[in-house]
Design a binder for this molecule. Structure first.
Ligand code: MD3
Ligand code: FE
Length: 225
């Protein structure tokens, strides 16, 4: 019998360690993580974000239960998500200024439509964009997004700045949630049967991002009206 050479273990081990994370990961039947998808858009997104923030500053809202949310938020688009003692809802006016929310920046819309199309959702037409700001220690508890008029439309979520761990849950609060790291430039697209999954963000670890400093910005584009 000819002697068989054993397979070379070490090079393969190193190769698998060096394997980059796949750019696209399917988290659910209609839930996609597009890693780095927003990177080519960042140069256009940041000045647009600064303009939104100037017109409608980040603020911490009250939950209907009377707790102050740790995440600070603002909105752009014709509808903005708000919360107070009366409940969660979308409003055409910023309650802080009494004026309409700033318009959806073209760069936001462009990115949202490209990402939705890449995930198989053609002709996404968002009218609302909720912008969340996380400082170190900030978290978002498990929740469902169900304040939009129709749940038939997808949601596109863009992460910028310091990293976070996303909780990808099931259809009840008590189902265990998968932990998915989110980095600067990552985009999530959710629709169809995954639209009502519970989801959240673990407390954000202290870090500094070269472009955004010690904060994480997440904005979600939605069709709310
Ligand atoms: C899954 N934001 O604004 S984005 C939210 O990172 C929100 O700020 C988180 O949850 C954040 O409501 C997570 C990812 C995301 C957004 C909407 C979803 C996942 C979703 C809607 C349905 C299912
Ligand atoms: Fe949410």
């Amino acid at each position: 019998m000819p002697q068989q050479t054993p397979p070379p273990i070490t090079p393969d081990l190193f190769a698998s360690l060096a394997e980059p994370l796949p750019a696209t990961e399917r988290l659910g039947a209609q839930a996609w993580l597009l890693r780095g998808f927003a990177l080519p858009f960042v140069e256009a997104l940041l000045p647009a974000l600064a303009e939104v923030e100037q017109a409608a500053p980040f603020r911490q809202m009250l939950t209907p239960g009377g707790q102050t949310m740790s995440v600070a938020l603002t909105n752009c688009g014709t509808l903005g998500w708000t919360s107070d003692r009366r409940g969660y809802r979308y409003e055409p006016l910023d309650p802080l200024s009494g004026r309409p929310w700033p318009a959806l920046p073209p760069a936001f819309l462009h990115l949202a439509r490209e990402a939705a199309a890449a995930a198989g959702f053609a002709d996404f037409a968002p009218d609302a964009c909720l912008v969340n700001r996380y400082l170190p220690g900030t978290r978002m508890g498990l929740h469902q997004d169900r304040d939009e008029r129709s749940l038939a439309h997808p949601i596109v979520s863009v992460s910028l700045g310091i990293p976070a761990v996303f909780l990808f849950g099931g259809y009840t609060r008590r189902e265990p949630a998968r932990r998915v790291p989110l980095a600067h430039g990552d985009v999530l697209v959710w629709g169809g049967e995954d639209r009502l999954r519970f989801h959240g963000i673990l407390p954000v670890k202290a870090a500094v991002h070269p472009l955004l400093g010690a904060r994480r910005i997440n904005f979600t584009l939605r069709k709310a009206g």
